[in-house]
Design a protein. Structure first.
Length: 384
């Protein structure tokens, strides 16, 4: 029977060998391999499994890169292609910020719908993960061909859908697949706390029987005669309902957006007007908002937009309850803006600028600099 000293010596030698091996790994920059694959269940109920964090991703939705930039300080380094559809030059320049060399090496796709997804071109990129939202995943034949080629496809809503009971589930799952689960949960907690605050405020309003103001929300404001309006669907119009308002035209427009006649707008007489805008509207004299846009440019463009026939006859314009918001903005910031415009007394403690500042300081790989919302009347605008 071996003595306790011999046993101790053997155990010590094993410990020293293990320590040396681990030190070698650390010095070489490698990490001990995990025996467990990364695994999630996506929106389609499909199991998506990766042997290690994704390093050659294709991102199908434009917003996905922004969310990745909250998880990874160098978001472009593990992306081989992404969808830059409808982004203006200023927005692209902002997104290039943290790592311009890696960003410029990404394939810049312009996917405007499921019909624009081509399996052959995606397979040629040799990705180890393709992320598609529910809209783009309607290209079921393309998805099947990708998976037949051995490429994992995850159907996820990475951009938090604030209407859902678990709005950040897709973001957390994305964090798992990219090796940033802890960071994703931190971002998710930040967002969900602020969503909960708005939901609680709206419940208080309902319990008091407070009226829901009628809101005309015009997408791509000023790009056409009055008035295009948001409809039912996943879009900024849903945030009007979440913030305790009634979306004008929501009961008439089944799709994402539709046109309301000038006569209808005048007859309904909305209490609040919110236009969405961006740099892509500059050539059409529309509402300017977003990266690189000054406060004076945004304010001036909003004044121009509401001079169109129809809008000037509404109480929203008469009472100067007129606002603009960047079409590509961060969801939680947009929700806070809308809530503070619809119910300024109830949401007196909601400060979208403070939320944006916190996102810039704590999470985003690049600072968002520009004007992302505006109001005609300073007192009606979100407080800094």
């Amino acid at each position: 029977m071996p003595s306790s000293n011999a046993s101790y010596g053997s155990t010590r030698r094993q410990w020293l060998q293990s320590t040396a091996a681990l030190a070698g790994l650390l010095l070489s920059g490698a990490a001990p391999a995990s025996s467990q694959p990364l695994q999630i269940t996506d929106l389609r109920g499909r199991t998506v499994r990766l042997p290690k964090p994704a390093q050659r991703m294709v991102l199908g939705a434009t917003d996905d890169f922004v969310l990745l930039s909250m998880l990874d300080k160098q978001p472009a380094r593990n992306v081989v292609a992404w969808n830059k559809w409808r982004l203006d030059a200023q927005s692209l320049q902002m997104l290039r910020g943290p790592d311009t060399k890696a960003f410029d090496h990404m394939a810049q796709l312009a996917i405007d719908g499921p019909q624009s997804l081509h399996a052959e071109s995606l397979i040629a990129l040799e990705p180890d993960l393709i992320v598609l939202d529910a809209f783009y995943a309607k290209a079921t034949q393309t998805v099947a061909r990708l998976e037949k080629a051995g490429i994992p496809v995850a159907v996820l809503e990475i951009n938090p859908d604030l209407r859902q009971p678990q709005p950040t589930q897709g973001l957390i799952q994305f964090g798992i697949l990219t090796g940033h689960e802890a960071r994703a949960r931190e971002v998710a907690s930040f967002i969900e706390q602020r969503v909960h605050r708005i939901r609680e405020g709206v419940q208080r309003l309902k319990s008091r029987g407070a009226p829901e103001p009628l809101v005309l929300m015009e997408p791509h404001a000023g790009s056409a005669p009055c008035c295009l309006s948001m409809g039912n669907g996943k879009n900024l119009g849903d945030m009007v309902r979440m913030a305790g308002g009634r979306l004008m035209g929501g009961e008439l427009i089944a799709g994402m957006a539709g046109t309301l006649s000038t006569e209808y707008v005048i007859d309904q007489d909305p209490e609040i007007y919110i236009g969405t805008g961006g740099g892509h509207l500059k050539a059409r004299n529309g509402l300017l908002l977003g990266p690189g846009v000054s406060a004076s440019q945004a304010h001036s463009s909003l004044q121009h937009v509401i001079q169109r026939t129809g809008l000037s006859h509404t109480r929203a314009i008469r009472n100067r309850r007129v606002h603009g918001i960047w079409h590509g903005g961060l969801g939680i910031v947009n929700l806070e803006c809308i809530a503070s415009w619809l119910h300024p007394e109830e949401f007196a403690d909601v400060r979208p600028q403070a939320t944006l500042d916190a996102l810039n300081q704590r999470f985003l790989a690049f600072p968002w600099q520009g004007t992302f919302w505006t109001s005609l009347q300073a007192t009606a605008a979100p407080r800094p």
